[in-house]
Design a binder for this molecule. Structure first.
Ligand code: 13P
Ligand code: SF4
Length: 305
């Protein structure tokens, strides 16, 4: 089957088999085209609850599929490519968090959604890049232990100065590849461009940028801005999407090194094979895991709106 035939077959099969396909913003455009919903991590979480279908296929990474299963435990949830993990999500385990809680007994533990379902069982609240400011701003607690991305956490801490923050974890290896020199070089090469970055970038990068926000935040900003040139500092797939969606604007990559192999491995063939039951992986979580990991996710939705 060529690409179009494969897409048409997937669209036919998903109706026949009552499947909702969710795609994260970093997925290839050809996956967006067969998805029921495309979005950032927060949008995907909300969509998981709303989807009327009995089956969900996640084109993204494992923690996203686990979040869908937690929020929609009665659905069959599949990760289209079982190898798609998130290296940041594997940096800290639940046991690490339990040890940190002993070290920081007065802190409320706030975890980025890019964590395992098992880790989520031990934390107080989850945030995403697009919801973090609102959620932490709305929380009455003043001492926050933020895991596992000190860059996103530091970006929040710089704006919510009335709270105190502690950090653990190393952050996203792909976004950490972008340097302040990349921003300075981009300013020289493209003086009329706005520089839009993800808050997973290091502080020196977000401080020099014109805008920091989630994947869909970056795309919305570029689409709505009256400017016509942009330098994009996040996974390079967003540059490809913006070039397709805004053909009258010009987009440059801030660093060719910001590539997430895990986000890139899912293909249309994987989705087809997953529907046919020959590939992909059904996410299985025990009732106890679901109950415990859901509490901080529900708090995210309650505080994030
Ligand atoms: P958002 O889409 O929520 O901005 O997250 C980016 C990311 O790194 C997901 O893995
Ligand atoms: Fe994880 Fe970074 Fe890849 Fe997102 S871009 S999935 S945070 S490694």
């Amino acid at each position: 089957m060529n690409k179009q035939e494969l897409q048409e077959e997937i669209l036919r099969l998903k109706k026949e088999k009552d499947i909702c396909i969710l795609a994260h913003a970093y997925q290839d455009h050809e996956l967006w085209e067969i998805a029921d919903y495309m979005g950032d991590s927060y949008g995907l979480s909300l969509q998981a609850q709303k989807a009327p279908q009995k089956n969900v296929i996640m084109c993204g990474v494992r923690f996203m599929a686990e979040t869908v299963k937690t929020l929609a435990p009665d659905k069959h949830v599949f990760l289209a490519n079982a190898k798609a993990g998130c290296p940041m999500a594997d940096q800290l385990s639940r046991e690490d968090v339990l040890e940190l809680k002993e070290k920081y007994p007065e802190h409320t533990v706030c975890a980025y959604i890019n964590t395992t379902a098992d880790l989520k069982r031990a934390v107080d609240v989850i945030v995403t890049s697009s919801s973090a400011m609102k959620i932490i701003g709305n929380m009455p607690e003043e001492k926050i232990l933020f895991v596992p991305d000190p860059n996103l956490g530091g970006w929040i801490a710089n704006q919510i100065t009335e709270k105190t923050f502690a950090f653990s974890g190393e952050g996203c290896p792909s976004h950490r590849m972008i340097t302040a020199d990349d921003v300075k070089r981009a300013r020289e090469l493209h003086p009329d461009a706005e520089i839009l970055v993800h808050p997973e970038c290091i502080a020196e990068v977000t401080e020099l940028a014109d805008y920091a926000g989630s994947t869909t935040g970056i795309m919305k900003y570029a689409k709505e801005s009256s400017r016509s040139e942009f330098v994009i500092g996040t996974e390079n797939s967003i540059v490809d999407h913006l070039r397709i969606e805004c053909p009258d604007k010009v987009f440059y990559s801030l660093s060719e090194k910001c590539v997430c192999e895990n986000m890139r491995i899912t293909t249309l063939e994987n989705v087809y094979d997953c529907i046919m039951g020959t590939a992909g992986e059904e996410i299985i979580l025990s009732p106890q895991e679901i109950e415990e990991s859901r509490k901080p996710i529900d708090r995210m939705i309650e505080l994030g709106g």
